[in-house]
Design a protein around this ligand. Structure first.
Ligand code: AHG
Ligand code: MN
Ligand code: MN
Length: 337
């Protein structure tokens, strides 16, 4: 029996472009370049202490968070890989205060790339899964220079989104609006190989993910939902729930895409004017689109994340995403507030 063919990311993208016309040439190039950058980040992550990449960089990003060496390395890898190919007009990153305009010495393309270069920074030094999250938008029409306003598009305008998780395996997960596909890095071949198509999230789940240490600060709807889960078989839900919290959104979302579940990083009362911890444009939007494309749902408790009109590049948002029926339940607990 002939073994099943290995479909590389390159071949998959070429066929998507050729057969379905789903991926324009420039977008295909962009996705290949992002994947190549992720491969390079994956190698740096794997080397760990041997590559001198662990620990703090003793600097702060625009969010006021101490940067780790790998936050900066991953950001540089993504910028350097993407600036010269002619497929982008600009980039934006969690680790950069302002947008990055493609320098004049390179041709400009029609896309904008946003990323969280290293998600789950608190897990780097303890050898737990981390990742890279990315979102691709079209540069709005017109031939003027790119500015921050061009990036402020709702998530429903994304043309591609995905993440790469650096865990026991390195897995790239992608959507271009036609379902969700997963590729696993084959280190011997040096290429991403298609390992799952048509990823689907079950509508129901008995597993939730939330940082329980913040419980006393949550709003009543979130407390109610978690209290009901914790009450188990004897409670109003009539079933027991399990809990997982990895503290890397990529890893928690990857689990949910694999076996279902609900993930929450809600508003809390410590900083009432801050909508949540996670960033809308390069964390919540790409993940919300992937989750929806796999049959799940994603809201901020009140509205669909993908319909939020951003007003700032680094704006934060409350996030509830995953198995559809659970997300709808938590969202319904917020109604009337
Ligand atoms: P980042 O490392 O890019 O700043 O993101 C970390 C985020 C997210 O990945 C994770 O779900 C959450 O922060 C973890 O927060 P806690 O440390 O509060 O658990
Ligand atoms: Mn992050
Ligand atoms: Mn990050």
């Amino acid at each position: 029996m002939t073994p099943p063919k290995k479909i590389s990311l390159t071949r998959y993208l070429v066929e998507q472009q050729r057969i379905d016309g789903l991926i324009p040439g420039q977008l295909r190039l962009l996705l290949e370049v992002v994947a190549r950058a992720c491969k390079s980040i994956s190698h740096a992550v794997n080397k760990g202490a041997l590559g001198g990449v662990l620990g703090s960089a003793d600097s702060e990003n625009v969010q006021g968070e101490i940067q780790k060496k790998l936050d900066i390395i991953a950001n540089e890898v993504l910028i350097e890989a993407n600036e010269w190919g002619g497929h982008l007009a600009g980039m934006a990153s969690e680790e950069m205060d302002a947008i990055y305009v493609v320098p004049n010495r390179y041709p400009k393309g029609e896309y904008l790339l946003l990323f969280d270069p290293l998600d789950g920074s608190s897990n780097i030094d303890v050898n737990v899964s981390i990742g890279t999250i990315f979102s691709v938008l079209h540069m709005p029409e017109g031939d003027r220079g790119v500015d921050e306003g061009d990036f402020l598009q709702p998530g429903n305008r994304q043309v591609a989104a995905g993440y790469c998780v650096y865990g026991p395996q390195t897995t790239l997960v992608l959507t271009v609006g036609d379902g969700v596909v997963m590729f696993t890095l084959d280190r011997e071949q040096g290429s991403f190989v298609l390992t799952q198509e048509n990823v689907r999230i079950p509508a129901d789940t008995q597993e939730f993910a939330i940082n329980m240490s913040n419980m006393r600060h949550w709003a009543p709807p979130v407390r109610r939902y978690i209290d009901e889960c914790l009450a188990g078989k004897e409670g109003p839900r009539g079933k027991d729930f399990n809990m997982r919290w990895i503290a890397s959104m990529v890893a928690d979302v990857h689990r949910i895409l694999t076996r279902g579940g609900v993930f929450m990083y809600p508003w809390d009362q410590r900083e009432p004017n801050k909508p949540g911890k996670l960033r809308l444009m390069y964390e919540a939007n790409p993940m919300a689109w992937l989750i929806e494309q796999a049959g799940g749902a994603a809201t901020n408790g009140k509205e669909r994340i993908l319909d939020i009109q951003p007003t700032k590049l680094h704006e934060r948002v409350s996030v509830i995403l995953g198995s559809k029926n659970e997300v709808e339940r938590v969202t319904s607990y917020h109604s009337g507030l």
